[in-house]
Design a protein around this ligand. Structure first.
Ligand code: ATP
Ligand code: MG
Ligand code: MG
Ligand code: MG
Length: 488
């Protein structure tokens, strides 16, 4: 089954169960001052769960572009090193707004996975919430009783509050989840160790694919729980992981979701993708290729949704992701000319009928990325040289931490975001003085009386968004005027 078919079957399946299929919301969170990027399928429906507004239908399904690079959900550091966390990914989801509840959600999830996608039943595990006395939340007996006749008791895992209880915030709607995990290891490996023991243990082939959230409580300000008058279902399934499972691959990057882009990276770099994991000797180029194949999606879709790279807030997050990818290409694949921009057409074609906004803006997106690359490549080489020098000195002095002022200097002079310096430092077994960097940054900000860059939690108030910088897609030439590069 191709990834296109897998996506289509999901939507067709829920359409056949009377769900209205809606488009993905923008990857850049709009009209929600508490969120920078959409990081789950439910974000665009948050108001309905809070009782504000009326959903277009009591049953809805879609595929949502998600970005997990800030706030509570930040997977950036895992990307490339593992093979199943992305910055940008698609979350397939189905929702019930006060309509069906656990019984249907569980039955349909199982039916879709085992009858439509034909995933082997003996490779699936499900978790139910075990309860938490301290927090006054009960064991999810109802979900357990529903799963037991379907999967048998020995395939049920009891999950803790972290993995199996969902809360919108300190107060508000919340409830237990049931997650579905798949074991993709070889028969020999399975015989050696049961998959059940590897669930939620960061094993690259025993991965969580689907989270079914059952909103049934309201958490009050005194932290007590009361039943919600209307109970809701909110599910999210990682599309790329699902493709890995169905296509019988060992990594998301081996599926047809990524293979087109990886192929172009192989051609541009003249190196083959070996598919090895991080830490394997001489395969940093594989990590680099995964990072690049991942980051180009995050950056392209964000720009197509109206967010250009900039020096503040959400725009800076995108710039940092792009610079991270550029440096991986430069250091490990000898790519010292703009290359990210060349990946845009492949991506745009691939998603033309799923997320047409990218194909419609492909020239603009490619131009923005090229401009960014040109600017950063101008200073990257000398910045890396300077960093080498600093690291050499630290080693001589038997020190392991790059001072805050130096991190600041690299940022200010060479455009190295602090997290990029931290990443390079980590590769050499060093750390950075983050607090010292923030101090230097603050001093500069006070000097120049500029707005502070704020980093946002998932549902934390932001002063304002970056939207004012977006000038529209049909005038790429205007881009030069909206992105200001620091003079060096
Ligand atoms: P994990 O434990 O693997 O980090 P999660 O519990 O944080 O996943 P949820 O918030 O439950 O994820 O999101 C629902 C589904 O989205 C997950 O079951 C998974 O399939 C998928 N997913 C979550 N994070 C990512 C990511 N960074 N990249 C790709 N898919 C993801
Ligand atoms: Mg996670
Ligand atoms: Mg999880
Ligand atoms: Mg989960």
């Amino acid at each position: 089954m191709t990834s296109h078919e897998i996506r289509r079957h999901f939507l067709d399946f829920f359409r056949s169960k009377q769900h209205l299929i809606v488009p993905s919301a923008s990857i850049v969170a709009k009209n929600d001052p508490t969120l920078m990027f959409n990081n789950s399928g439910m974000a665009q429906f948050k108001d309905f769960f809070l009782g504000n507004g009326t959903p277009p239908s009591k049953r809805v399904a879609d595929t949502q572009k998600c970005l997990r690079v800030s706030g509570k959900h930040n997977d950036l550091e895992d990307v490339g090193f593992d093979t199943y966390h992305h910055t940008m990914f698609e979350m397939l989801g189905n929702w019930s707004f006060g309509d069906y509840f656990k019984k249907e959600a569980i039955q349909w999830a199982w039916e879709l996975l085992t009858e439509v996608y034909k995933l082997p039943k003996d490779r699936l595990y499900v978790s139910v919430f075990q309860g938490d006395e301290r927090d006054n939340v009960p064991f999810d007996q109802e979900a357990f009783d529903l799963w037991k006749p379907i999967v048998g008791e020995d395939r049920i895992i009891y999950g803790n509050k972290k993995d199996n209880f969902w809360e919108m915030g300190d107060t508000g709607p919340c409830g237990p989840c049931s997650e579905i995990h798949v074991d993709l290891r070889s028969a020999e490996e399975v015989a050696e160790k049961p998959g059940k023991e590897l669930v939620n243990a960061d094993h690259p082939q025993v991965v969580e694919i689907w989270n079914l959230v059952f909103m049934q409580f309201n958490r009050k300000a005194d932290s007590s729980l009361e039943p919600l008058p209307a109970r809701h279902v909110d599910t999210g399934m990682g599309f790329e992981r699902l493709c890995m499972a169905i296509q019988g691959k060992k990594s998301n990057y081996d599926t047809d979701v990524f293979s087109g882009t990886i192929h172009v990276i192989e051609e541009l770099s003249g190196k083959p993708y070996g598919g090895t994991m991080a830490g394997a000797p001489d395969r940093s180029s594989d990590v680099a290729m995964r990072v690049i194949a991942d980051h180009i999606r995050a950056v392209s879709f964000a720009i197509a949704d109206g967010l250009v790279p900039s020096n503040a807030k959400a725009g800076y997050v995108i710039r940092r992701i792009l610079r991270r990818a550029i440096r991986y290409g430069y250091s490990y694949l000898n790519l010292n000319e703009p290359f990210m921009t060349k990946l845009v057409p492949t991506l745009a074609m691939q998603f033309a009928d799923v997320f047409p906004e990218l194909n419609a803006q492909r020239d603009f997106v490619a131009t923005v990325i090229r401009e960014e690359e040109i600017a950063f490549l101008r200073t990257l080489g000398s910045g890396l040289g300077r960093l080498d020098q600093i690291i050499g000195q630290l080693t001589t002095d038997s020190k392991t931490e790059i001072p805050g002022e130096t991190v600041f200097e690299l940022n200010d002079t060479f455009g190295f975001p602090a997290d990029l310096t931290a990443l390079i430092a980590r590769e050499k077994g060093l750390t950075i003085d983050e607090a010292g960097f923030q101090k230097s940054l603050q001093e500069q900000k006070t000097r120049s009386r500029k707005d502070a860059t704020s980093s946002a939690g998932d549902w934390i108030e932001l002063a304002e968004t970056d939207q004012v910088e977006f000038v529209g897609y049909d005038q790429p030439e205007a881009y030069a005027h909206i992105v200001k590069y620091r003079k060096i």
